[in-house]
Structures are given as structure tokens and as C-alpha cells.
Design a protein around this ligand. Structure first.
Ligand code: ATP
Ligand code: MG
Length: 136
């Protein structure tokens, strides 16, 4: 349970410290649920520098760091085949990926984090399919 943006970022940062190349996290939840806030913490934990912005108008942003992080937002995905053109396979050889609106992809066996808005600043975060090495 998260009771504010800072708490969601902190959960992301904790997971980020354990992130390894090849890791993928799908983030699902309504608009304003806190997906980008979580990725901001995730990037910090992964040792990435630079501001994490909502990538809504850009399908993918890449942050360099201890573990490079691809930040993907599929909200405005028009053709599922566009995902194949992102070069994610290449990125995952050296880095990790966090994918907002990840339920728009059929990617079985990949970890996913569900955000439920329970109140103005209360969110329930449910992680499933996480690899053993993740701190949660
Ligand atoms: N517990 C919380 N965790 C995260 N954000 C919260 C929380 N409580 C309130 N908020 C607010 O909710 C908003 C979350 O915005 P954010 O951009 O992270 O959402 P999002 O899920 O990425 O939305 P979108 O689908 O539009 O990309 C912020 O304005 C933040 O301040
Ligand atoms: Mg977002």
C-alpha cells in the first residue's frame, strides 16, 4: 500500500537497486495511478541520471545508468507491431525495461505491477511474476 507519491517512488527505488539487465516490468493501472512516479524511483534505484518524464508522446525513452532503463508508455500505441520496432530485445541485453500500460502487450511470463486507486493519495500496488532477485 502506498499513501503518497513519495512512498510509490521509494518502492520503485528499492526495486531499482535490485534491477538487472534483461528485467522487464509491466505497469498497469488507470490514468494518474502512479506508474510514472514508480518508474522515477525505479530509475533512481537503477543508478540512472536524468529526469524521468511521462513518455506519453514518445513510445520509449532510454536512461543511462548502472542498469540502463528503457521507459516505455503504450497509452497511445496505435499498432501493436510498433512495439516490435522499439529495439527492446537489444536494450534488454544490457538493460531493463519498464512499460506503462503494459497490459496492451501480450507478453506472458513477464512481471507486472498493478496499481489500484483506493483514494486521493492511496494506491494498492500488487506485484506478480517477479524474479527472485527483485527487492520488494
Ligand atoms: N500514493 C501515490 N502514489 C503515486 N502517485 C500518487 C499517489 N497519491 C497521489 N498521487 C498523485 O497521482 C499522480 C500520479 O501520476 P503519474 O504520472 O505517476 O501516474 P501514471 O499512472 O503514470 O498516469 P498515466 O497513465 O497518465 O501515465 C501524481 O499527480 C501524484 O502526485
Ligand atoms: Mg505515466
Amino acid at each position: 500500500m502506498s499513501h503518497g507519491e513519495a512512498e510509490t517512488e521509494a518502492a520503485g527505488e528499492r526495486l531499482g537497486t535490485s534491477l538487472q539487465a534483461g528485467d522487464v516490468l509491466l505497469l498497469n493501472g488507470e490514468l494518474g495511478a502512479g506508474k510514472t512516479a514508480f518508474v522515477r524511483g525505479l530509475a533512481r534505484g537503477a543508478g540512472c541520471v536524468g529526469d524521468v518524464l511521462s513518455p506519453t508522446f514518445q513510445l520509449l525513452r532510454l536512461y543511462g545508468g548502472r542498469v540502463p532503463l528503457a521507459h516505455v508508455d503504450l497509452y497511445r500505441l496505435s499498432r501493436p507491431s510498433d512495439v516490435a520496432d522499439l529495439g527492446l530485445e537489444e536494450i534488454l541485453e544490457v538493460g531493463a525495461a519498464a512499460i506503462e500500460w503494459g497490459d496492451r502487450l501480450a507478453w506472458p511470463g513477464v512481471a507486472s505491477l498493478e496499481f489500484e486507486v483506493l483514494g486521493h493519495s492511496v494506491r494498492r500496488l500488487t506485484l506478480t511474476g517477479a524474479p527472485e532477485h527483485w527487492s520488494w
